[in-house]
Design a protein around this ligand. Sequence first.
Ligand SMILES: [Zn+2]
Length: 96
Amino acid sequence: MKYCIRCGSTILDEAVICPYCGCAQGTQKREGTNGMAIAGFVCSFLIPLLGLIFGGIGLKTANKTGNGRGLSIAGIIISIFSMAVYFIMLLVIMFA
Ligand SMILES: [Zn+2]
């Protein structure tokens, strides 16, 4: 049993429309996880450039589906941070 999202009546789990108020039950079907956002987040630590690309695509997807927005942004920020760290390390190695 579940409850109608509008009137709160007890309705069947599989009910699409509430028999009491006729309100369509928003099937809270999640659009799946945002794979690009996850890829961007993971790559941001290892391959920042890929992390930035995947994070960007993930963010675009997130704007459409609403999934993985935070993860995409985190991936982009970490990518930029990682790139800065790698760049500084490169400079240190070259000029040390
Ligand atoms: Zn109802």
